[in-house]
Every structure is written in structure tokens, then in C-alpha cells.
Design a binder for this molecule. Structure first.
Ligand SMILES: *Cc1c(COP(=O)(O)O)cnc(C)c1O
Length: 377
């Protein structure tokens, strides 16, 4: 019997937006001993797994240093702080990103300035950067949104020309590459989140900063641990913002699978492209020079809200990343955008829909989602 016909007539299981339990079950035999080892050693704060993971993760990013911290938000916050960003400074970033990118800027006392994104790849529009520039501009945070690298050649050129620091928000793009070079390796610092649903996720919060700057790395190690140069000697105002040893052990185990998982995400995206090729939805497109790692598979649709209802009714979960742009959020009502505002971001917020994607998603599931999505064609 044709299995697809069978599955189309039998009761249907929900398709989640992400599926963390399948991944755990596949990896259980590797994860449990790694966790047990930490529990047996009892070295829960900055134990050896943290240093091991930092070294391995930095190597994967093609940089010298990795610093494990408490979250992706903290990675961004501490990176900006270590680079000397503070009150009176302005930091340019994309209007379409997760709020944490902007919060990290605000935590330092600096002001975020929002620049519109491109409608084709959802990343910051480099042609608009000039308009955002003032005498106070000190840094830029490009975001590799949904797993697609931002246009790093143009961004780095702009930053060099105007003496700006570059902090990459690579929280959605572990393993993505631009011109063959891993994201996170372009700027003064690259920031990653290990929130459970990210391409590389812990079983709790976690984050990391990668950098080739030895001095910056040393400063970040102080900042994440009370500014402590030796026990109870505090060289600066620091924070309690460390990556847990337990999470590091989990991440060290999972890191070995990141490439294979990203390949599976890319294969899933190809299937969506294929099954949705003739539909009315606008599909995500991989930019030239880019290796997209599809943290999210985001389509655009004229009748987004109706499509969402249709998919939910068929047991298919989907998301909107993000429904309310940053400049319309309460803390940023008075924030500055570039003179013409951010019309693309505002329009996208009405049109975008994230379909389920994760390494374990099957061809049959993707076909079912695509068929459901095409009901509105
Ligand atoms: C997840 C995410 C963050 C924040 O990471 P946390 O680990 O949740 O603090 C920042 N920026 C972007 C683009 C993200 O997706």
C-alpha cells in the first residue's frame, strides 16, 4: 500500500513548529553519559566541559577564542560592553529581529537605531546604512536572520569606512557561511544563543561569543564572572553570566551533529521549494555567496492570517517571526529609525509565516504542509 495514501486517510498527528523530543531520543545514548559525567565530577560552574566546548565551538567558527555565557542576549550585551559601547553612543541594527538584539544595546545605555530590511532575504538593507549614520554611531549589529547570512562584505566595508565596531548577531545562524566563511568570524565579535530551539540548542539557556581579538576575549572572561581576575579580586564591574557546565557538556555532544542537522534543514527547505514552487506564497531564497541554515522557513503570503488559520485547523503549527516590529514595541516607541521609516519591515510583519522546520521533519510531513498551504491558492 502506498504509505502516503495511508497517512492521508488515517488520523493525523500534529506537526509542531520545532520538535526537540525527537532529537533527544535519537541522541539519548550520547547525552546521558555526558550529563552523568558532570554530575559525578561536581564541577558545575566553569568546569572542564565549558573550556572544551568553547575551544571546539570557536574552531567550528574559524576563530581563536570562544567565551561561554548565560544566553544569546548576554553574549550581545557583554560584547558591546567589552567594546566600550555605552551612554551617548548609537548602534545600528535591523528593524526586523528578535527584541533581544535591541535590548542588548539598551542595557549598555546606548541607543539602537533601526534600519529597514530587504524584502527578498529579510536582512538589513546595506543601501540604507548611510542614512542611519550620525556622529554618535559607534557600532553595527547585523543579524543573520532565520539562518541566512547578512551581506557581510558590504557591512564590513561600511564599518571600516566609518570606524564602527561590528557585533554579529548569529543567534539564528550556527554553521551558516558567507563567501565560505562561517558567520561570527567577520565582526569584532560574533554572538550565539543556545536557547533550546536554535540550530544548536542546550536544555536551558546558554550563549557564546567568538572573537579573534585576544584582549577582547580576556575582557569578556572577566565580565561574565564578576569582573574577577582572581578569587575575590574584582578588576571591574562584572556580571554573573556564565555558561553552565551541564549545558556545555550537552552542547559539546550536540556540536558533533550540527553540520548533519544543518544539511537536513537545507534538504527540508529544498522539499518546501519543490512542493510550493507553483503556489502563491513567496518562498525564501538563498542569496548568492550564502549558505543558509534555515533556522526558520519563512514564506510570505497575501492572506497570511487566513493561511495560518487553515494550517492550524489541519494540525500544523506555524509562527510569525516577528508580528510586531521593534520600533512599535513599548520600550522603543520613541526610537529613531532612518528618515523614511521601515516600510518593508512593517509590511513583512503582515505577510510572513514560519512553517515547521527541524532536522527530523519528514518528506511526508512537508508534503502535507505544502498541500495544506496550497489550499489558499
Ligand atoms: C534567540 C535570539 C537572541 C537571544 O538569545 P537568548 O539565548 O534567547 O537570549 C538574540 N537575537 C536573535 C536574533 C535571536 O534569535
Amino acid at each position: 500500500m502506498n504509505p502516503e495514501i495511508k497517512s492521508s486517510t488515517s488520523p493525523r498527528r500534529e506537526i509542531p513548529l520545532v520538535d526537540l523530543v525527537s532529537q533527544y531520543r535519537n541522541l539519548r545514548d550520547e547525552l546521558i553519559p555526558a550529563v552523568e559525567h558532570v554530575l559525578e565530577c561536581g564541577n558545575f560552574i566553569l568546569g572542564e566541559e565549558v573550556a572544551l566546548f568553547e575551544r571546539e565551538f570557536a574552531r567550528c567558527c574559524g576563530v581563536e577564542h570562544g567565551i561561554g555565557v548565560a544566553s544569546g542576549t548576554e553574549a550581545l550585551h557583554l560584547a558591546l560592553r567589552a567594546l566600550g559601547i555605552g551612554p551617548g553612543d548609537e548602534v545600528i541594527t535591523a528593524a526586523n529581529t528578535f527584541i533581544a538584539t535591541a535590548f542588548a544595546i539598551s542595557y549598555t545605555g546606548a541607543t539602537p537605531v533601526f534600519v529597514d530590511v530587504r524584502a527578498d532575504d529579510y536582512n538589513i538593507d546595506v543601501n540604507l546604512l548611510e542614512q542611519a549614520l550620525t556622529k554618535r554611531t559607534k557600532a553595527i549589529i547585523p543579524v543573520h536572520l532565520y539562518g541566512q547570512p547578512a551581506h557581510m562584505d558590504a557591512i564590513m566595508q561600511f564599518a571600516h569606512a566609518h570606524h564602527l565596531k561590528v557585533v554579529e548577531d548569529a543567534c539564528q545562524a550556527h554553521g551558516a557561511r558567507y563567501d565560505g566563511k562561517p558567520v561570527g568570524a567577520f565582526g569584532h565579535a560574533g554572538c550565539f544563543s543556545f536557547y533550546p530551539g536554535k540550530n544548536l540548542g542546550a536544555y536551558g539557556d546558554g550563549g557564546a561569543i567568538v572573537t579573534n581579538d585576544t584582549e577582547l576575549a580576556a575582557k569578556l572572561r572577566l565580565l561574565r564572572q564578576y569582573g574577577q581576575s582572581e578569587k575575590y579580586i574584582h578588576a571591574m564591574l562584572g556580571y554573573n553570566s556564565r555558561l553552565d557546565t551541564l549545558q556545555a557538556a550537552i552542547l559539546l555532544t550536540k556540536l558533533k551533529h550540527l553540520e548533519a542537522w544543518n544539511e537536513k534543514r537545507r534538504a527540508a527547505a529544498q522539499l518546501y521549494h519543490e512542493f510550493l514552487a507553483e503556489s502563491k506564497a513567496v518562498l525564501p531564497r538563498e542569496q548568492q555567496n550564502a549558505r543558509h541554515v534555515y533556522h526558520l522557513y519563512v514564506i510570505q503570503h497575501e492572506r497570511r492570517d487566513a493561511l495560518r488559520v487553515e494550517l492550524l485547523a489541519k494540525g500544523i503549527q506555524c509562527g510569525i517571526h516577528y508580528p510586531v516590529p521593534l520600533h512599535l514595541q513599548a520600550p522603543y516607541r520613541d526610537a529613531r529609525t532612518i528618515p523614511h521609516g521601515v516600510p518593508v519591515t512593517t509590511r513583512l510583519a503582515q505577510r510572513i509565516l514560519s512553517l515547521p522546520i527541524y532536522p527530523e521533519i519528514s518528506r511526508v510531513q512537508i508534503k502535507r504542509i505544502a498541500q495544506a498551504a496550497r489550499a489558499l491558492d
